[in-house]
Design a protein around this ligand. Structure first.
Ligand SMILES: Nc1ncnc2c1ncn2[C@@H]1O[C@H](COP(=O)(O)OP(=O)(O)O)[C@@H](O)[C@H]1O
Ligand SMILES: [Mg+2]
Length: 360
């Protein structure tokens, strides 16, 4: 099989502000028609990375290629307008004194007739053709967003960079606009690099997620892999609430009130953390002081007492105070499960649903 050339490829991008490194050795690639998501907390360097790709900020080191051609690095820097890269930000601004059609045509060059055709094609795609001669203030927030998308796509960019473009939108509108935007970008065949701090948005939109922390990419892969094979405790907790159980290693095993866990590669005496998401704790009823039988799959049950239980809509959240050390563990259960405070219940941890990491 021949390896296709990525539409966008960045290698070892590094950038500092006033001696402080804010992007360090960031490498990733995006193929045509693919959505890659740079996901990380606020301040981790996502926007700086996008600005370097767009060409409005120069990297200290590293290279950027579009369809294999070097546009930045080795002493060269192609100016932003010649990079075939489109941008969309949260605070996109349409020109208020220009109509929808004029806004979209703003960055276009070439014959007027071809420009008009392109504007009509894009407006049809974003379902706004009837609004072609309207001024932006007459449009809703969602409609303005679609015009901004059409404007960014008008010059047929090879790559679209989206920097948290949906965070200004009403929650109920957001899902619909996200899906619509994605469909339009895919029809255009553009490679997309999306920046967000919201894990749900990344999971919903991305083919590939690059998890970023303190200027570095710490893990990269399909959403399923990032979620199910996280690299460290912080990578788990970025996507959901977590429970952490600590223990010491002896003979590559860690003994806990929930039975033994494999701790391969961990030296004797090392402190490890067993990390488990609330939806993966299993709850069993108390049978006059005992829980379910221990099994290799679920280990040993540990008893706790319900501290409180709340209905959350899709699921119920139950907090337990554990008998063995008084710690609190959280479990979520689909639908309605609201045991009374004080009720004893047994918890087990499925061995294929937890993650064992060296203690942080
Ligand atoms: N123009 C700037 N001058 C100095 N520091 C900046 C500038 N822009 C961003 N930073 C700093 O760089 C770090 C990364 O910022 P940014 O790339 O905007 O993060 P993100 O988009 O992930 O929230 C932050 O600590 C931020 O304060
Ligand atoms: Mg940002």
């Amino acid at each position: 099989m021949t390896q296709s050339v990525p539409r966008l490829e960045i290698r070892n991008l590094t950038h500092s502000y006033g001696g402080q490194v804010v992007v360090q050795d960031v490498s990733l690639s995006v193929n045509p028609g693919e959505v890659c998501c740079l996901l990380g907390p606020s301040g981790c360097g996502k926007s700086t990375t996008l600005r370097m790709i767009a060409g409005v900020e120069d990297p200290d080191a590293g290279e950027i290629r579009v369809d294999g051609a070097l546009i930045c690095g080795q002493g060269r820097s192609v100016p932003p307008e010649a990079r075939r890269i489109g941008l969309m930000f949260q605070d996109f601004a349409l020109f208020p004194h220009l109509t929808v059609a004029e806004n979209i045509a703003f960055g276009l060059t070439g014959p007027k007739a071809a420009q008009r055709d392109r504007v009509r094609e894009l407006l049809a795609r974003v379902s706004l053709l009837p609004h072609i001669d309207v001024y932006p203030h007459r449009l809703s927030g969602g409609e303005q967003q679609r015009v901004a998308l059409a404007r960014a796509l008008a010059p047929r960019p090879a790559i679209m960079l989206l920097d948290e473009p949906f965070s200004g939108l009403d929650n109920r509108l957001r899902d619909g606009i996200r899906d619509e935007t994605l469909a339009i970008l895919q029809q255009e065949g553009t490679a997309v690099l999306l920046v967000t701090h919201e894990p749900e948005e990344a999971m919903r939109m991305a083919d590939e997620i690059a998890l970023m922390r303190a200027g570095r990419i710490i893990q990269q892969g399909a959403p399923y892999n990032i979620y199910n094979a996280p690299k460290d405790r912080a990578a788990v907790s970025f996507f959901s609430d977590i429970n952490v159980i600590r223990g010491r290693v002896r003979g590559a095993l860690c003994d806990t009130p929930f039975g033994q866990f494999l701790a391969p590669g961990q030296p004797d005496g090392a402190l490890v953390e067993i990390v488990i998401r609330p939806q993966h704790l299993r709850i069993d009823f108390d049978r006059s002081g005992t829980g379910p039988l221990a099994t290799p799959e679920h280990g040993t049950p540990a008893r706790g007492v319900v501290e409180r239980a709340r209905f959350m809509g899709n699921e119920s959240l139950v907090e337990f105070r554990m008998d063995h050390d008084g710690s609190i563990l959280k479990a979520t259960v689909p639908n309605v499960f609201l045991p009374r405070p004080g009720k004893p219940l047994w918890l087990t941890i499925r061995r294929d649903r937890c993650f064992v990491f060296p203690a942080s």
